[in-house]
Design a protein around this ligand. Sequence first.
Ligand code: ADP
Ligand code: MG
Length: 592
Amino acid sequence: TTRVETLEFQAEARQLLRLMVHSIYSDKDVFLRELISNASDALDKLRLASLTEQELRVDTTDLHIDLEVDRDARTLTVRDNGIGMSREDVVNLIGTIARSGTAELLRSLSEARAAGDTTASADLIGQFGVGFYATFMVADRVSLVTQRAGERTGTRWESDGEGSYTIEDVPDAPRGTAVTVHLKAEDAEDRLFDYTADHKIREIVKKYSDFIAWPIRMAVERPAPLPDADADADADADADADADAAGESVAATTIEIETLNSRKALWARPRDEVDQAEYNELYRHLSHDWSDPLEVVQMKGEGTFEYEALLFIPSRAPLDLYTRDARRGVQLYVKRVFIMDDCEALLPNYLRFVKGVVDARDLSLNISREILQQDRRIQQVRRRLVRKVLATVRNLLENEAEKYRTFWSEFGAAVKEGLLDAAEDSEAILEIISAASTHDPEQTTTLRGYVERMKEGQTEIYYMTGDSRATIENSPHMEAFAARGYEVLILTDPVDEVWVERVGRFDDKVLQSVAKGQVDLDTEDDRKKTEAEREQQRTDFAALLTWMGERLRDEVKEVRLSSRLTTSPACVVGDTFDMTPALERMYRSMGQ
Ligand code: ADP
Ligand code: MG
């Protein structure tokens, strides 16, 4: 006796489903990629569990993904014999969206839709990666039967994607998961969306899932083998009979199981043998991003610790890049066996957006995250990965300006975090930083570029931090610098405050805030002014300065004459070791 329960989707899941059911994304084929990707993950997890969990006794000799078509019922089933899900897993994983950034995504989506902007919303969906829910672009009903490895009872889940789903126990289902997609009736006549046709399925698998390590199999019809030559010769006597026989032999078919994907590990293949399209698909599988990567980085380590690495620099930042629970980049494999996602030991936090695979030859399959963090060999690999990624960005900067600009506008703020906690990378990071500057309103500059333009006699790199370019440009602090033709860097990311303080110098030149301390901007002409003239000024204004100092006693430490201003009568400056105004605001907004 199994009880059928009806449950509601979580509110956010419901919103996302509505978007899928009334499909706003034009490339519906990707639903199959998402299902295959999940099946592949489930097989990875099962293999790892079989190697590391002694009590789990499972047969892993024939792990695969089967695609099954029922043309009459118009269904397509994706079946794996992987790890499976418990009833609780199904409710938690399929009925809710746990991923961070969901609320933000849905807000941006509804804004884009309110503005009638359908491309923007499709784009946002792609960025989010809707996974399993993508099936509702092509299905009016989806059912799933699953049984977790090691358990005796399975679970059946079914939904039309409209708000609720049913769930019930099934006694003794096969291990793993089968997802059955009941294709929409309205697409029945459209050859473009005929997901029951062999050629269509084959094409999608080739395009999106060729690199998947597990066999993706399908039963295909093939023409039966031709009758042998002797039989043909015998039939010669009767021309009509011959034609009939030939006609029959063409019509007869046999069913064969075909493996649709080539299953090649891309990171083990030489760069020039792999198409960019193949890299793009692996990237999408790893990142859940639907756009193409900006850059592919391949590496190989030989000697005492062998490894192969294939890294991707995305072309846009994920929504959760700056949230605490942001997904971290790299997958760890050991000799082609998937070990873990989000391997934080392999890349520093400031490069958390880099995706990819590191496949090591000589590590224990049981290795824990804690041990990895301390492993000297892993630390060496990490150093090499970091250096290679930073060198790749530097190469973009020098040779592919457009790509570099994309990179910097998406990830620059994250990369600058590296200046706070990775002293050993500072030098390389400083070489790839770029910032707005008073030199050119349209273009950013590198620090190197700034130094090359420094005026005769200028010894410091001037910068000002603030909320926006406009606030900074209109600040009285800038006047004297503008009047004397000094370039000032315009730094508007919150992290800028902190790194300039921490780093202090670039190329042996002090980074000097124009809003702090006594900046000596005197030119040769100024210096020629006699000391007597200065003394005169000081006496002339002495009474005013004393009076102002008293009136503002609670607000400021000191009131003094300044050569920084040209048109504004007064400005507030910080002491050299004070916080700048923007930093003060940042700390205040953090509640400190
Ligand atoms: P994602 O794959 O990005 O986590 P999905 O929506 O594709 O998101 O899937 C949600 C979760 O459901 C997966 O993380 C996985 O835990 C579970 N899941 C989906 N398909 C399968 C499957 N075939 N076998 C086991 N678990 C699955
Ligand atoms: Mg998925």
